[in-house]
Design a protein around this ligand. Structure first.
Ligand code: HAM
Length: 418
C-alpha cells in the first residue's frame, strides 16, 4: 500500500505537467478574452452545501461523495463539483451587491467515489466557468461559445454539441402531470430509486441506468415538450444566437443532465473515440440555485470540462501539444577546478532568467554530454582545461551539432541573441 496510490487517482510527472501548463495557459488567456476572472475555492466544504446545492436525488449526493467527520465532528465533503462552491463564495462575499454580471472561472481537482475506468477517476480536474446575474439568452450563447472556442483553440474540432432546455419549475409541474398520466400503470415497475425520484425529481428517471426504467421512460413525454411560453422563447433565442455565431449543435430532448439545479438551457459536448466517458463538457443554467442556497433571486449559468478527458482526447486524435520553445543550457565540466567555474556560470545564466543545469552525479565529461542530450538541453557549455586557460566556454548547439567558443564574460550577450 505504501507505494501504491489510491484507486482512481493519478500522478502527473513533469512530462505530463508540461501538457497541463500548456492547456491551462490557453484556458487563462481565453477567459481573459471573454472577461472571466479566476476564483479559487476550498477543496472541501460543509456537506450540507452539496446536499442542498447539487441535489439529494442525484447520483453524486446519493453515492459518490467523499464525506467525513473532521476532528471537530463537523461533516465535510471533498468537493464533487465546483458550481455549489462558487455559489457559496458569491453569497458569502456578497458579490451579488456589486455590478452584475459576475463572471468567474476555476481550474482544480474534484472528487467523486465512482467506479474508475478510462476517463473516469475519483480525483479529476475540471475547468469551469460560472456567470451570475443575467438570464439573457445571449449569455447562454456566450458561455457555450467559450467552451467551443477553447476546444477549437487546443486543436479539437470533431465535436458534437448537444443542447436542450429543461424549463422552469412551472414547466416541471406540467411535465410531472404528463409523466404521471404516462406512468400511472407502470410506476411499480420502476426500480425503487426511481420510485423515490418520481416523487422528488422525476427528471432523474431519464438518467437511470436500469434497462427496465430505460425502456419505460424511452417513450415518456419529454420536459422539452412541456416548456412554458417564456422558456420556449428563451430556448429559441439561445438557438438563434448560436446560429448567428455559426456554432453547430444538435437539439437533444433527452439531455436532462445529472444534477438537480438546472433550469432552462442544458448542454453537453461529446467527442468521439474516448470510449464510454465521451462527455468532455457539461453545463447549463441554474436560475434558482442562488436563491435555494439562501441568497437573493439571481440567475446563473456555467459549464465544466474534464481536463483528463481533454488531454486523453488530444492524445487519441494525435494532436501535437505545442509547448513553447525555451532555451535550456547544460554546463558540463572536466574536473573539480572547472566544476567551480560551472557553479558560477550556471548561476549567472539563471540570474538572467534562462534555464541552466549542471552535473551533481560525478559523471565523466562524456557521460555529462550524453545526459545533456537525455534531458533535452538546447545547448551544452563545455568547461575543459583549454577553455579555463582561455577564459572561454565551448557552446554546442544540441540540435544543429555545431559548436563555437564564447568568452565567459560574454555568455549572457551570446545567449540572449540566440
Ligand atoms: P458534470 O457533467 O458532472 O457537471 O461534470 C462536468 C465534466 O467533468 C464532465 O463532462 C466530465 O468531462 C468531467 N467529469 C465528471 N466526472 C468525472 C470523473 N469521475 N472523472 C473524470 N472526469 C469527470 C458538473 O460538474 C457541473 N458543475 C457543471 C456546471 C457548471 N454546470 C453549471 N456550471
Amino acid at each position: 500500500m505504501l507505494t501504491k496510490r489510491p484507486r482512481g487517482t493519478n500522478d502527473f510527472l513533469p512530462q505530463d505537467t508540461e501538457k497541463w501548463h500548456w492547456m491551462e495557459d490557453i484556458i487563462k488567456k481565453l477567459c481573459i478574452d471573454y472577461g472571466y476572472g479566476e476564483i479559487r475555492m476550498p477543496t472541501f466544504e460543509h456537506t450540507e452545501l452539496f446536499a442542498r446545492g447539487v441535489g439529494e436525488t442525484t447520483d453524486i449526493v446519493e453515492k459518490e461523495m467523499y464525506t467525513f467527520l473532521d476532528k471537530g465532528e463537523r461533516s465535510v465533503t471533498l468537493r464533487p463539483e465546483g458550481t455549489a462552491s462558487v455559489v457559496r463564495a458569491f453569497l458569502e462575499n456578497k458579490v451579488f451587491s456589486k455590478a452584475q454580471p459576475t463572471k468567474y472561472y476555476y481550474i482544480g481537482p474534484m472528487y467523486r467515489y465512482d467506479r474508475p475506468q478510462a476517463g473516469r477517476y475519483r480525483q479529476f480536474h475540471q475547468f469551469g466557468v460560472e456567470a451570475f446575474g443575467s438570464s439573457d439568452a445571449a449569455l447562454d450563447a456566450e458561455v457555450i461559445k467559450l467552451a467551443v472556442d477553447l476546444l477549437n483553440r487546443i486543436g479539437l474540432d470533431k465535436l458534437a454539441l448537444h443542447v436542450n432546455s429543461v424549463g422552469c419549475p412551472e414547466c416541471r409541474k406540467v411535465h410531472k402531470e404528463k409523466l404521471n398520466d404516462y406512468l400511472s400503470n407502470r410506476l411499480d415497475e420502476l426500480c425503487t430509486t426511481c420510485q423515490k425520484r418520481y416523487e422528488k425529481n422525476p427528471l432523474r428517471i431519464f438518467d437511470c441506468k436500469s434497462s427496465v426504467c430505460q425502456e419505460i421512460i424511452s417513450d415518456a413525454p419529454s420536459i422539452t415538450s412541456c416548456l412554458c411560453k417564456e422558456c420556449r422563447e428563451h430556448f429559441d433565442k439561445v438557438c438563434e444566437i448560436l446560429n448567428l455565431l455559426k456554432i453547430n449543435y444538435i437539439i437533444d430532448e433527452n439531455l436532462v443532465r445529472g444534477l438537480d439545479y438546472y433550469t432552462r438551457t442544458t448542454f453537453e459536448i461529446i467527442v468521439e473515440g474516448i470510449g464510454a466517458q465521451s462527455a468532455i463538457c457539461g453545463g447549463g443554467r441554474y436560475d434558482k440555485l442562488v436563491e435555494q442556497c439562501g441568497g437573493p433571486d439571481t440567475p446563473g449559468i456555467g459549464f465544466a470540462m474534464g481536463l483528463e478527458r481533454l488531454l486523453m482526447t488530444l492524445d487519441l486524435h494525435g494532436i501535437n501539444i505545442k509547448t513553447s520553445w525555451r532555451k535550456k543550457i547544460f554546463v558540463a565540466y572536466v574536473d573539480n577546478k572547472a566544476k567551480l567555474e560551472a557553479v558560477r556560470t550556471v548561476n549567472i545564466i539563471r540570474k538572467n532568467n534562462i534555464s541552466a543545469d549542471m552535473d551533481y552525479m560525478g559523471r565523466s565529461l562524456k557521460a555529462q554530454l550524453k545526459y545533456a542530450n537525455k534531458i533535452d538541453a538546447t545547448h551544452t557549455m563545455i568547461l575543459g582545461e583549454e577553455e579555463l586557460k582561455k577564459g572561454v566556454v565551448t557552446v554546442k548547439d544540441m540540435e544543429q551539432g555545431s559548436q563555437e567558443e564564447i568568452l565567459i564574460d560574454n555568455i549572457i550577450n551570446y545567449l540572449t541573441l540566440l
